[in-house]
Design a protein around this ligand. Structure first.
Ligand code: HXC
Length: 271
């Protein structure tokens, strides 16, 4: 993994809540936001995962807490944000990284399975964003006259075309991208909150990768070693995009979904 090209203190004084921040891409975002100066609240459903994530963050010198919660529950969203506020005194960044996934053909995808992914990914993103408004908005709780905060939604590129066995996740991520633009418009105008997305491609060492593309399924379109860009990315690549967007360097970026996939989504096999 490369070292960060950003200065260590560029996010000093900021507080970030990361849903699904205990593992995978969410954990790397937690780590990198923390290493660049932010205090971190990690939200997740599994206590053991949260505990080990917080220990790891603290060992890196990061101010970090872990709070159990399910993004599908309004009361969990409210309490995670309140606990974070009570601990750190403000909230500047919400990263909506919690997601659920599995491969299923439409005929094997029950309506409840579809709903489950929509609930975690899409409704969860909205539930957390809605609950965070009073903290993130300009002049909001703990803001003391500073500008508004940032919402960062982690989506995907699955829905740019069509992806086999991913009807549910493609639907959920498409809705998230739409939500990113709507909130960027309305909350940017009214509350000085920037709302952006990051759309990762296949990323090594994630649950998504092991569920959706185990090694034996990776074909010629996605070469691990032989091509400079059309390969599997690193969690670090996604986290660096998050650091940029959270920093002052991203202060005029609003409503963007930053694709971080080396250009894979637009590629087709070489003849
Ligand atoms: C078909 C399935 C299924 C499967 C669950 N269901 N797994 N259907 N194939 N493999 C159905 C169940 O039968 C049920 O429907 C409904 O979904 C709800 O199942 P529960 O087990 O009750 O749900 P829950 O316990 O809430 O689990 C949610 C989950 C789970 C999504 C199913 O896998 C999960 O939370 N995983 C952890 C997070 C995760 O997967 N992260 C990876 C994200 S990767 P019925 O009709 O029977 O009641 C990602 C990357 C995207 O987002 C981009 C990649 C490039």
């Amino acid at each position: 993994m490369d070292s960060s090209p950003f200065k260590a203190g560029i996010l000093s004084g900021m507080v970030a809540v990361i849903t699904g921040g205990g593992s995978g891409i969410g954990f790397e975002i937690s780590t990198q936001l923390g290493l660049h100066g932010a205090s971190i609240a990690v939200m997740g459903r599994r206590k053991s995962v949260l505990d080990s994530a917080v220990i790891s963050l603290q060992e890196s010198g990061i101010h970090a807490i872990g709070i159990e919660g399910d993004v599908r529950k309004n009361e969990d969203a409210a309490s995670v944000l309140q606990i974070t506020f009570e601990k750190f005194g403000r909230i500047d960044v919400l990263v909506n990284s919690a997601a659920g996934n599995f491969l299923a053909s439409p005929e094997d995808l029950s309506p409840n399975a579809f709903k489950t992914v929509m609930d975690i990914d899409t409704l969860g993103t909205y539930t957390m964003s809605h609950a965070a408004l009073n903290y993130l908005k300009k002049g909001g709780l703990g803001k003391q006259g500073n500008g508004g905060g940032l919402i960062l939604n982690i989506s995907a590129t699955l829905h740019y075309t069509a992806t086999w066995y991913q009807l549910h996740v493609s639907s959920a991520k498409a809705a998230i991208d739409s939500m990113t633009r709507s909130l960027a418009l309305e909350w940017g105008a009214d509350y000085d909150i920037r709302v952006n997305g990051i759309a990762p491609g296949p990323i090594a060492g994630t649950t998504g990768m092991s569920k959706l593309a185990p090694d034996e399924m990776i074909g010629t379109r996605l070469r691990k070693e032989t091509q400079p860009l059309f390969k599997i990315g690193e969690k670090w690549d996604i986290a660096m995009a998050a650091v940029y967007l959270a920093s002052n360097a991203g202060k005029f970026v609003n409503g963007m979904i930053m694709i971080v996939d080396g250009g894979l989504w637009l590629s087709s096999p070489r003849f």
